[in-house]
Design a binder for this molecule. Structure first.
Ligand code: FES
Length: 236
């Protein structure tokens, strides 16, 4: 899909509303230390805790955290993801702690594009993890946003490798219980875009999710494969 096709699709998709008219004064917040929220045990659709070792490698999973309406990509990479020093767009430096799990390969990032806030919905997703590079990809195994082709490397803390995104995707921090082999989300780190996200998509979120859109996730978060969560994961 080229940019013209994308814009045409956007006109049909409220998930892209305002993508070309984002105000210059984006409301965002930089957290150079873990910004803690309520802990949420990651569970499957049946309510059972997800075993970290059961996550398929290089498969795009989604859950919502720290709010009901804010999606997160969960990935079990095919290699360990070591800690990485990263910067927000205002040059605030933070230390991403790397992957968790037995192989240090499990990572999670907010699925809200740091450029103009495109995000996955049950109807459509213009941003997703790609095992193989896309037509405008710079390498395999990146998170690619089709809006303007920003590409993030999940093995490097979602550092931007290509495109206009001004900073990495906001990291979502996970604890791995080695004995139970479970995963718990507990914080974010880096550049949060949630305030601007809620402002931009207020009308859509009200229709799609209702008053609970801004409710904080508490206790559990449900994990889905993106291909089951979303009917149309756009490739570009
Ligand atoms: S919204 Fe522009 S690259 Fe994602």
């Amino acid at each position: 899909m080229d940019r013209r096709d994308f814009i045409e699709s956007c006109s049909k998709s409220a998930a892209c509303l305002g993508a070309a008219t984002l105000p210059n004064t984006m409301a965002w917040a930089a957290y150079t230390q873990a910004h803690e929220y309520a802990k949420a045990l990651l569970c499957n659709a049946q309510g059972e805790p997800v075993k970290a070792s059961s996550l398929k490698v290089n498969t795009n999973y989604v859950f919502h955290y720290p709010f009901e309406a804010t999606p997160v990509f969960l990935l079990n990479l095919d290699k360990a993801a070591p800690p990485k020093s990263l910067n927000t767009k205002n040059k605030d430096t933070y230390a991403w702690p790397g992957g968790v799990g037995a192989n240090r390969s499990i990572v999670a990032f907010s699925a809200i594009c740091a450029h103009q806030l495109v995000y996955p919905t049950p109807q459509v997703s213009f941003i997703s993890f790609r095992k193989s590079r896309s037509t405008k990809g710079v390498q395999d195994n990146l998170i690619h946003c089709c809006a303007d082709h920003s590409q993030y490397d999940p093995a490097l803390g979602a550092q931007v490798l290509s495109g206009p995104a001004p900073q990495p995707l906001c990291a979502v921090l996970l604890q791995h219980d080695a004995k139970a082999d479970t995963l718990t989300a507990y914080a974010t780190l880096g550049g949060e875009m949630f305030e601007e996200f809620f402002k931009k998509y207020e009308a859509k979120l009200s229709l799609d999710i209702g008053a609970k859109a801004k409710n904080k996730i508490i206790a559990t978060a449900t994990v889905h494969e993106l291909e089951k969560f979303c009917r149309n994961a756009v490739q570009c």
